[in-house]
Design a protein around this ligand. Structure first.
Ligand SMILES: Cc1cc2nc3c(=O)[nH]c(=O)nc-3n(C[C@H](O)[C@H](O)[C@H](O)COP(=O)(O)OP(=O)(O)OC[C@H]3O[C@@H](n4cnc5c(N)ncnc54)[C@H](O)[C@@H]3O)c2cc1C
Length: 408
């Protein structure tokens, strides 16, 4: 009998993680990625709770631990750039903004891609343009490659997934959270430290700088969107990368601390990644022989602290259910039954997020800083930890170990 073959769209976290697990269960896998080559961008992402257990089962925990950024913790800065509150990195993965297992998104993606080497075919610079589900196979058309047929198709191509639109036309809502984030890598300077430094300015603006292990610094410019016409996620006008740079220059023109340095680095940034923050709610995650995974299915947003953990766990569960059932419909049903409650819990953001951490007025900002000082003080530390406690363990993780093939 020939090996089943899955086509996965998206080579970030969910896609390569799924390919890794499926190949362990005896599947052939092809991953198609829109970008012309492997994407290195992004900054620290957390791996928490059940996702850590999945890495352990994958035998990849040590590789991830070796790739962590070594961040010491989070420092919130006052208007003069001096620390007003400090939260050291935690040994637990739920007690601090800096989790014990924090790795750059690109480094984690690379670990999954490398771990699947020899088992997975990667097609860069292409994308799916049409799906024809005959009931026994899916005939796939690509923008560049010739048509091919697969047993299953998986959309793991992020919040804006165009493959999702080819699978489930209705019942998908993308809720804007009213915030934009632009990520870029900038040269490291002597003023940089191994702390995550977080600077707010009234008007809902923030600049953060984080260390990495490549001798550079990861910067993020965050802004709350008060004017709905500027909300690209909620239907506002989309911007090209060049327009986004101009937009940031005007938005952050009068912002202090290291903002001028980050703005000056925009032109040379080769990995700028811009995201209008939102959450995906899809009534169903599959249709016929195609299924959604990761941000494409359920994006909880970066402010949930759970985006990558959900993708790692979701890939593990989807692969395990496919290996456990001969009929893909049973597998998709099992996947959804196990993942949906976990996803829904992760999507519940604490009240006031994200505006509470990005105040609009000067008085609001002073109140935020006072709150941080109290939260960082010894007696309140435990309470403060609650602020940083995503529901990473709220899943009864199945164990599919018995399904692994000894020889891949
Ligand atoms: C470059 C980059 C940087 C990021 N940086 C951060 C960060 O710093 N912090 C954070 O919290 N989250 C970041 N994210 C998002 C984070 O990776 C996800 O929220 C989470 O890990 C879930 O991953 P995912 O694999 O489901 O989706 P994503 O990580 O969004 O990956 C989707 C992948 O699909 C590709 N793609 C999109 N459309 C198509 C298409 N039509 N055909 C084929 N491929 C397609 C994209 O290029 C991307 O590689 C980043 C994502 C990317 C792509």
């Amino acid at each position: 009998m020939s090996r089943p073959h899955a086509l996965i769209s998206g080579a970030s976290i969910a896609g390569p993680a799924l390919a890794f697990w499926l190949s362990r269960y005896g599947w052939d896998t092809t991953v198609v990625e829109r970008a012309p080559e492997f994407r290195t961008g992004g900054q620290n992402i957390d791996i928490r709770g059940a996702a850590r257990e999945v890495l352990r089962r994958a035998g990849l925990e040590d590789a991830v631990r070796e790739g962590t950024t070594g961040e010491l913790g989070t420092r919130f800065l006052g208007s003069n750039g001096v620390t007003v509150a400090e939260f050291p990195a935690s040994k637990s993965d739920t007690e601090s903004a800096t989790a014990e297992l924090e790795i750059l998104r690109g480094d984690l993606s690379r670990i999954f891609v490398d771990a699947g080497e020899g088992h997975t075919e990667y097609l860069y610079g292409d994308r799916i343009t049409a799906l024809n589900d005959t009931g026994t196979e899916v005939i796939v058309s690509f923008e560049n490659a010739a048509d091919r047929s697969f047993d299953l198709v998986v959309a793991a191509d992020g919040i804006g997934s165009s493959t999702r639109r080819l699978i489930v036309e209705d019942g998908v809502a993308i809720r804007s959270i009213g915030m934009e984030m632009t990520y870029l890598t900038i040269p490291r300077t002597d003023s940089d430290t191994d702390w995550w430094r977080w600077y707010n300015e009234p008007g809902g603006l923030a600049v953060t700088l984080r260390p990495d292990r490549h001798g550079t610094t990861r910067a993020v410019l965050t802004s709350i969107i008060y004017n709905p016409s500027q909300d690209t996620r909620a239907g506002g006008e989309r911007r090209t990368p060049q327009q986004q740079k101009e937009h940031l220059r005007s938005q952050f023109r009068d912002v202090g601390w290291e903002a001028p340095r980050v703005l000056a680095a925009l032109d040379d940034a080769t990995d700028m990644y811009f995201e209008s923050i939102g959450q995906v709610r899809a009534e169903t995650w599959s249709k016929g022989r195609s299924v959604l995974l990761g941000d494409s299915a359920w994006c909880a947003s970066p402010v949930s602290g759970m985006g990558t953990s959900l993708s790692i766990v979701g890939a593990y569960v989807l692969a395990g259910e496919l290996a456990s059932h001969t009929d893909h419909r049973d597998a998709f049903a099992g996947y959804e039954r196990i993942m949906r409650p976990y996803v829904e819990t992760a999507q519940q953001l604490p009240p006031g997020v994200p505006r509470v951490a990005n105040p609009r007025s000067r008085i609001g900002l002073e109140a935020f800083r006072l709150g941080l000082r109290i939260a960082a003080s010894r007696p309140a530390k435990k309470m403060g930890a609650q602020l940083f406690s995503p529901p990473a363990d709220k899943i009864d993780l199945p164990n599919y170990g018995h399904l692994e093939r000894a020889a891949r």
